[in-house]
Design a protein around this ligand. Structure first.
Ligand code: MN
Length: 481
C-alpha cells in the first residue's frame, strides 16, 4: 500500500523558526524519510484511516488520489499523521524537545497580531455552489461513525459583541451537500453562538483545513475568551500570521491554509450529529446538535486535505501540549517548586497528570494535587513525584508509586466532581478524582531512599572495557564433562 518516498515539487518558503506552511513541514518530513506515499485509489471509506492508523506514531502519510467506493472522488490528496511523535512537535516549532512548553507559554504571553492580505493562496479557487463530498475528500474514519467527518478543521468565528476571533477544532459531520453537524463544548465558540442565537442571528464561521503545525497547536491553547488563538500561531512563528477575509463573510482565515469552508451557524436549528470516535478511544454519542450551512469553499489551486485519525498520536498530542503549557504555568504561580508536568499517553493525554516537584515540606504534594485538579476539569488522576523522577517516563513514575507511596496516607480522593463527559466510566461527566503523593519524606536517615548507583555506570568511557562480542566457540562456554 505504501509506495516509498515522495518529492513535493513545491515552491520553497524557508523558515527562520517554526515551519510556516503545511507544505514546508511536509517537505521536511519527506527529506527525513518520515512521509510515506500511499498508492492511488485508497478508499475514503475506512481505508484511508486504516492505512494512516497503521503508520501512527512513526510516519506521516500522503494519499495522492483517494477514491470513494470506486466512485469519482475530488482529485484532492489527503494527508494524515502530521505530528506522529512528541519530538516532531518540537521540530515543527523549531525548538529543543525540552523547550516546547516554555515556547508555547511565551507565545501565549506575547501574541503577535495577524497581518491581513489580499490575494491569498487559499482563495486561488472559489466554489460558490458547494457540495462537500463532491468538492473535498472527506474520509469516513471509524466503524460506528455516523458518516464522513472533518476532523482537522479549525473553526474560526468572531465574537458578535467584540469582533475578536476565536479558533477551536470541532468535529464536523457531513450531513448534506451543504450542511454540517457540529459538536460544541460549552466554551468560547458556543458562547459566541449563544449570543447570536439569542438575537435570532446566524453566527458567521469559517473552517480552515490544512494549516501548519504551529497554527494547529495554537488552536488548542487554553486561553480566556477574546484571545485570538491565531495570534499565538504568529508568536510561535516569530512572524505575523497572514490572514485573509472570507469571500462570503467577515471572518479572517489563515491565508496559507489549503482549504477554507465558509458558512453560518444557524439559530434555533438542531439536527442529529454523531456518534463519532473521540480521543479516549470510545465513541462520543449522537445527539441533537447545532448546524453549519455552507456558503462557499475556497482552496489553493491544487489543495490537499488534512484529516486527523481519532485517538491517534496527533489527536492526543494536540490535546496534551497546549494543556501542559497552561497547567505548568498555573501550578507554578502557586507552587514555584513545580518543575515539570506531563499528560501521559495511557491517560489519553488529558486525564492523567504527572507532576515533578522539588519537595521542601511534608504535605506539599497534596496541595499540588489540589491545584492540579482545579487546573483543568478533565484531569482525573495526579501523581506527584520528586525531581529525580522523569515525568515523561511512565515506568519511572510507576517506580516512584511502587517505592514512595502508601495508600493509607498518600492517597487523595475527590468524589463526584466535574470531569470529562467522554470518559465512559463517568456519569455524564461526574467523576471521582485521585491524587497520589509519590514523593519521598523530606527527613531521611542513613540509606533510606538512597537510589543505588554503581560508580562508573554513568561514564561512557566504561564501555571501553568491553573487548567485543563473545563467540559461541569461546573455550569457557564449552561443556566441561
Ligand atoms: Mn478561545
Amino acid at each position: 500500500m505504501l509506495a516509498g518516498n515522495l518529492v513535493l515539487g513545491l515552491s520553497t518558503w524557508e523558515c527562520d523558526m517554526a515551519y510556516r506552511t503545511l507544505r514546508s513541514w511536509l517537505r521536511h518530513l519527506a527529506e527525513t524519510d518520515r512521509l510515506m506515499l500511499a498508492e492511488s485509489g485508497v478508499d475514503l471509506d475506512f481505508e484511508v484511516a486504516a492505512v494512516a492508523k497503521r503508520q501512527d506514531g512513526s510516519k506521516a502519510v500522503l494519499f495522492p488520489s483517494p477514491k470513494r467506493g470506486g466512485a469519482n472522488a475530488p482529485s484532492v490528496p489527503v494527508i494524515a499523521n502530521l505530528l506522529a511523535q512528541r519530538s516532531w512537535v518540537a521540530e515543527a516549532l523549531g525548538v529543543e524537545p525540552g523547550e516546547v512548553l516554555s515556547a508555547f507559554r511565551q507565545a501565549v504571553d506575547a501574541p503577535i497580531k495577524s497581518e491581513e492580505i489580499s490575494n491569498a493562496p487559499v482563495q486561488q479557487t472559489i466554489i460558490r455552489d458547494p457540495d462537500l463530498l463532491r468538492d473535498l475528500p472527506i474520509p469516513l474514519h471509524n466503524e460506528h461513525d455516523s458518516g464522513p467527518y472533518i476532523s482537522a478543521g479549525l473553526v474560526i468565528a468572531r465574537n458578535p459583541r467584540t469582533g475578536i476571533q476565536n479558533v477551536s477544532i470541532n468535529r464536523l459531520q457531513i450531513s448534506t451537500k451543504d450542511r454540517m453537524g457540529i459538536l460544541m463544548l460549552p466554551r468560547h465558540l458556543h458562547n459566541f453562538y449563544q449570543a447570536a442565537e439569542n438575537q435570532g442571528d446566524v453566527l458567521e464561521v469559517a473552517v480552515a483545513i490544512g494549516v501548519d503545525p504551529a497554527t494547529l497547536l495554537a488552536s488548542q491553547a487554553i486561553v480566556p475568551i477574546d484571545f485570538d488563538e491565531l495570534e499565538i500561531a504568529g508568536a510561535l512563528h516569530g512572524h505575523p500570521l497572514r490572514v485573509v477575509k472570507c469571500v462570503s463573510n467577515e471572518v479572517r482565515v489563515p491565508a496559507d491554509a489549503e482549504v477554507v469552508i465558509e458558512g453560518r451557524l444557524l439559530p434555533k436549528v438542531r439536527e442529529s450529529e454523531g456518534p463519532f470516535a473521540e480521543f479516549p478511544q470510545y465513541y462520543g454519542p449522537a445527539g441533537d446538535r447545532e448546524v453549519i450551512e455552507v456558503d462557499a469553499i475556497t482552496t489553493r489551486s491544487k489543495p490537499m486535505f488534512h484529516t486527523i485519525v481519532s485517538a491517534g498520536m496527533e489527536h492526543l498530542l494536540l490535546g496534551a501540549i497546549p494543556r501542559e503549557a497552561t497547567i505548568v504555568a498555573l501550578l507554578q504561580r502557586s507552587f514555584p517548586n513545580v518543575i515539570d508536568v506531563h499528560l501521559s499517553l495511557g491517560g489519553v493525554c488529558r486525564y492523567h497528570l504527572f507532576v515533578q516537584i522539588k519537595k521542601r515540606h511534608e504535605g506539599e504534594a497534596k496541595n499540588v494535587i489540589a491545584g492540579a485538579f482545579s487546573a483543568h476539569a478533565d484531569i482525573k488522576q495526579v501523581v506527584v513525584v520528586d525531581e529525580d523522577v522523569d515525568v515523561h517516563d511512565p515506568t519511572a513514575v510507576e517506580w516512584a508509586v511502587a517505592t514512595r507511596f502508601q495508600a493509607s496516607k498518600d492517597l487523595v480522593i475527590l468524589k463526584s466532581s466535574l470531569g470529562s463527559k467522554l470518559d465512559p466510566s463517568a456519569q455524564d461527566g461526574i467523576s471521582d478524582k485521585m491524587g497520589l503523593d509519590a514523593t519521598m519524606p523530606v527527613k531521611r536517615e542513613g540509606l533510606d531512599y538512597v537510589v543505588v548507583h554503581v560508580p562508573g555506570e554513568d561514564d561512557p568511557a566504561t564501555d571501553q572495557r568491553i573487548a567485543g562480542p563473545a563467540s559461541a566457540d569461546h573455550e569457557q562456554l564449552q561443556e566441561d564433562g
